[in-house]
Design a protein around this ligand. Structure first.
Ligand code: B12
Length: 311
C-alpha cells in the first residue's frame, strides 16, 4: 500500500470506529514493552498483585504483541466512555462503581471491534486481525498510551485530555500498516489528589497500585468476602471503586456519554437502602446478569453489603 492509500485507510478506520460508538481511537506501532514487563514482575514480586497470580503468567506474551500475532503491523486502540448521566439516586445506599452500571464491557467492545475488523477487511481483503478486551495477556493501558489515547495517571488508569478516565480500552491488532499516532505525554504534573484521597492508601508513588489494599480488587477480584474490619474504610463501595477517578480534575470537565450499554437500569438506580438489604438471589441474578456485578457470587455480595454498610 502506498502512503496516500495508507493515510486514506487510516482515516476510514478511525471514522468507522467513531461511527460504531467508540469515543476515541488511535494507532500504535508494535514493539516489545520490556520496561512494562520488568515493572510488572517487580510489582508481583513485592506482592502488590494480591491473589491475581495470573498476572505473572505469560509475561513475555503480555509484553510482545508479535507473540499473539506474528504478522502484526498496527495496533488499533479504542476508548469507550462509561461516564454515564444516570447514577444511583437514593442517598445512603451501597455504592456500585460506574463500570458495573451497564453491560459487561468485554462483551460490548468485543462485538464492536469485530465489526470494525469486518469493515477493514471489506476495504482491504488481505487484512487479518485479533481482538483483545481484557481477554488475553496484553498491557492494554500501555498500548492506549502508545496509540496517543492518554497517559497513565498516578492511580495507574489512562486519562484522556478530552474524555477523562472513565473509559474502557479495546485493542485490535492488524497485519496491515496504518499511520501511527504519537504516544501521549504525562499531564498529572504535581497533582496527587488521587493518592491522598484513596481511603485505604492503595496508590503507590510509581504509577501502580497495591491491589492488597485496593477496594476495587477486594470487592471484585479477590473472590473472598471482604473482612469485617475493613468495612469502615470502604465508604460504602460494594463493587469496584471510583474514588481515585472521581477526585481527578480531568474528570470534572469530561463530557457525559449517552451510551445506552453503560447506563444503570432505572430499577437499580432507584433502589432504597431497605431494598438493597433485602435483595434476594432471584433479584440479584435478574438485575445483574449482564453486568460486572455478576463476577461476585450472591452470598459474597450480600456479605459485602452488610460489611460496608455496618460502618
Ligand atoms: C489486573 C487489573 C485490575 C486489578 C489491578 C489494577 C492495576 N492497576 O493493575 C484491579 C482488580 C485492582 C483493577 C481495578 C480496576 N480496573 Co482493571 N484491569 C486490570 C487488567 C486486567 C491488567 C492491568 C495490569 O496490567 N496490571 C499490572 C500492573 C503492574 O500494571 P499497571 O498498574 O498499569 O503498571 C504499569 C505502570 O506502572 C507502567 N509504568 C510505570 N512507570 C513507568 C515508567 C515507564 C518509563 C514505563 C514505560 C512504564 C511505567 O508499567 C506498569 C506495567 O505496564 C487491565 C486489562 C489489561 N489486560 O490490561 C484492566 C483495566 C486496567 N482495568 C480497568 C478498569 C476500568 C478498572 C477499574 C476502574 C474498575 C473499578 N471501577 O473498580 C479499577 C481501577 C483501580 C485502579 N486504580 O487501578 C480498565 C482501565 C481503563 C483505563 N481508562 O485505563 C482496564 C484497562 C480494562 C479495560 N480493557 O478497559 N483492575
Amino acid at each position: 500500500m502506498n502512503s496516500s492509500d495508507r493515510t486514506a485507510l487510516t482515516k476510514l478506520v478511525k471514522g468507522k470506529a467513531l461511527e460504531l460508538g467508540f469515543d476515541i481511537c488511535g494507532i500504535a506501532r508494535p514493539r516489545v514493552l520490556d520496561k512494562n514487563k520488568n515493572i510488572l514482575r517487580e510489582w508481583c514480586e513485592a506482592g502488590m498483585n494480591g491473589k491475581m497470580n495470573y498476572l505473572l503468567r505469560n509475561t513475555e506474551k503480555r509484553a510482545d504483541p508479535a507473540k499473539h500475532m506474528p504478522e502484526v503491523q498496527s495496533i488499533v486502540v479504542t476508548g469507550m466512555s462509561y461516564n454515564s448521566a444516570n447514577m444511583q439516586k437514593e442517598p445512603g445506599v451501597p455504592i456500585l462503581s460506574r463500570y458495573a452500571y451497564g453491560k459487561r464491557y468485554q462483551d460490548v467492545i468485543t462485538k464492536k471491534l469485530n465489526d470494525l475488523l469486518i469493515f477493514i477487511e471489506s476495504q482491504d481483503n488481505k487484512t487479518e486481525g485479533q481482538v483483545f478486551v481484557d481477554s488475553k495477556p496484553l498491557f492494554e493501558k500501555a498500548w492506549a498510551v502508545e496509540a496517543g489515547l492518554g497517559w497513565q495517571g498516578k492511580h495507574s488508569i489512562i486519562i484522556n485530555k478530552e474524555i477523562g478516565s472513565f473509559f474502557f480500552i479495546g485493542v485490535l491488532m492488524l497485519n496491515i500498516e496504518l499511520d501511527y499516532d504519537k504516544p501521549e505525554i504525562d499531564h498529572c504534573g504535581t497533582c496527587r489528589l488521587c493518592i491522598d484521597r484513596c481511603p485505604t492508601g492503595a496508590i503507590n508513588a510509581n504509577r501502580t497500585i497495591n491491589a492488597r489494599k485496593c477496594i476495587s480488587n477486594l470487592t471484585i477480584e479477590n473472590r473472598d468476602p471482604v473482612a469485617e474490619e475493613l468495612g469502615p474504610e470502604f465508604e460504602k463501595r460494594v463493587i469496584g471503586c471510583d474514588i481515585c477517578q472521581e477526585i481527578c480534575p480531568w474528570n470534572k470537565k469530561a463530557p457525559i456519554n449517552n451510551h445506552p450499554e453503560y447506563s444503570i437500569p432505572e430499577e437499580v438506580a432507584n433502589m432504597t437502602l431497605a431494598e438493597w438489604l433485602s435483595l434476594t438471589e432471584e433479584q440479584f441474578n435478574r438485575l445483574f446478569k449482564e453486568s460486572a456485578v455478576s463476577r461476585v457470587k450472591y452470598p459474597n455480595f450480600k456479605h459485602n453489603i452488610s460489611v460496608v454498610m455496618n460502618s
